[in-house]
Design a protein around this ligand. Structure first.
Ligand code: SAM
Length: 229
């Protein structure tokens, strides 16, 4: 199997992308709806309607389309590595307040105490624990006190299964002489347990699984109300 760079992988598939996610990936269609309900629940409970939402790996905007059904006036920042995915998002949603940043969420400045809510949908399963731990800390800092991070992703139940995916990724990258820090597309899902531990390690005070259909899983991680560090 020849690995493709993340950008090439999604650029080559952007045409059929939405239909693929909504029909072929078990749990995604329902997951977009559930994520939007959870996001609305946060804004209703907190009253923080003026707080913007950050979407990491927003792609063509499938989760944002659902979120706008509940919160039509919400202000959004979307970050994605692949310009063609962002172009498609703009075509589909031309009239909303979305600030789009083409770049890696590992590099883009996420700010401090800015967002009520951060979401990611089916993007984190491409990265190592180390990278994710660091990113989760930065997401924590980017949230306002009491804010939430909602992650929907491909997660597995068994450590042995996670290990097989990571080992195969390493083998392919080494065989194809791919630099350690280059973004190439290969699925390395983590166990739900490891995901929760990484989020708790980043400082979140509670992390709960709110949805699971096949391997599509939603975790909600909450930042403490009285955090001011
Ligand atoms: C499977 S798609 C998910 C898109 C969208 N969230 C959805 O569910 O339809 C993964 C997206 O993550 C983006 N991505 C992957 N690595 C990234 C990174 N390091 N920084 C920003 N975006 C990234 C890809 O470009 C792609 O658009």
């Amino acid at each position: 199997m020849k690995l493709e760079s993340m950008n090439d992988f999604f650029t080559a598939r952007v045409g059929g992308y939405d239909a693929h996610m909504l029909t072929n990936v078990e749990g995604c269609k329902e997951g977009y709806i559930k994520m939007a309900e959870l996001v609305e629940g946060y804004y209703l409970a907190s009253g923080e309607y003026g707080s913007p939402l950050l979407d990491l790996g927003c792609g063509t905007g499938l989760e944002l389309e659902e979120i706008f059904k509940h919160l039509p006036d919400i202000s959004i920042t979307g970050v994605d590595l692949t310009q063609t995915m962002l172009d498609r998002l703009r075509e589909k949603i031309p009239d909303k307040a979305i600030r789009l940043i083409c770049g890696s969420y590992f590099d883009v400045d996420l700010g401090t105490g800015t967002y009520g809510c951060t979401v990611s949908f089916q993007t984190m399963h491409h990265f190592s624990h180390e990278r994710k731990r660091d990113l989760y800390r930065r997401i924590y800092h980017a949230l306002k006190p009491g804010g939430i991070y909602v992650e929907c992703d491909y997660m597995v139940e068994d450590q042995a299964e996670e290990d097989v995916h990571f080992a195969e990724n390493l083998r392919l990258r080494s065989e194809q002489k791919i630099a350690e820090d280059a973004f190439f597309h290969y699925d390395t899902p983590c166990t739900i347990e490891n995901q929760i531990a990484m989020l708790e390690g980043a400082g979140f005070c509670s992390v709960e699984m709110m949805f699971r259909v096949e391997n599509t899983t939603i975790l909600v991680a909450k930042k403490k109300e009285n955090w001011n560090g």
